[in-house]
Design a protein around this ligand. Sequence first.
Ligand code: NAP
Length: 323
Amino acid sequence: MKAIRYHQVGGPEVLRWEDVPEPTPGPGEVLVRVQAAGVNFADTERRRGLYDAHVPLPRILGSEAAGVVGAVGPGVDAAWLGRRVVALTKQAYAEAALAPVAGLLELPPEVSFAEAAALLVQGLTAYHVVHTVGRVESGQTVLVHAAAGGVGLLAVQLAKAAGARVIGTVSGEAKAKLAREVGADEVIRYDQEDVAVRVQSLTQGRGVERVLDSVGASTWKASVDALAPFGHLVSYGNASGPPPHLEVDSLYAKSLTVSAYWLHTPTPPEVQRRAREALLQAVVAKRLRVVVGLALPLSQAGEAHRRLEGRDTVGKVVLLGAD
Ligand SMILES: NC(=O)c1ccc[n+]([C@@H]2O[C@H](COP(=O)([O-])OP(=O)(O)OC[C@H]3O[C@@H](n4cnc5c(N)ncnc54)[C@H](OP(=O)(O)O)[C@@H]3O)[C@@H](O)[C@H]2O)c1
């Protein structure tokens, strides 16, 4: 089969479209014929050697695969064959990828493969930063950075659905328009305005109860300054680099909470099941809109990376397999 691999870390040009052996599903696994592989910001960090650098090269990237079950391993019910699924996996930038049967999410016909590829990494992250960690409640004001991004557009919608007022931050007018379209009440152009000052004016000097920050270095100070007394900052990414070292003393004046979310933290199965079902049901019921901002053939993964890390994408970026 064909897959995207890299043999050394570096820029998008290190991603190569190569012949590789098709994997064979082991006990408890299935082989998914990939129709849409999700591209995530962390993939660009892995490729640059900034994250997961211990994994030996050459390496196939890709944490989520949507497609059709093409083979089952020992002990797996053959009834899975031919079903439309999405799964967290380790090597999704390929024509076929392995996934544990226990983690498969079966797709109803209303959900496309490209939409499904947004649900597990970005969808679960948005769900957990809003609900599990952020505990966003009705009546609160939530500041969502990178609000037109993959996680951002979903987090805006989930926070709105929880009854919050949402302020998004974005670079560029097209992103501002999209964030408003999915429900952001206010959008701050952080390439043009001082975020903390604008937040104070939008909240009559009170500040926001929650900040969801995936940008890190360049947003951190504004995030802390924008918080209301007893406010809570959820850090879940470093798109602009790691935030500064946190001095606990700096939290006292406003009695602030700073927390973190990571998708790979062991999560109680019941919590994860509820999150996956809530996301899928919301998409089916059209209460949650997945914006697929860029879909390219698998072979063009380098271009997808170039645009994602160049801040030139909105919503979900997917790589499409052959039909
Ligand atoms: N903790 C977890 O488990 C977890 C899981 C999934 C994702 N994440 C994190 O969540 C963030 C969003 O991921 P995503 O896949 O949905 O990507 P994304 O938000 O679609 O793309 C990244 C966005 O970050 C913003 N950004 C700000 N400064 C940037 C910079 N210096 N370089 C590049 N982008 C910059 C850009 O939006 P603007 O142009 O509007 O600034 C850009 O479009 C990433 O930091 C990712 O690592 C964390």
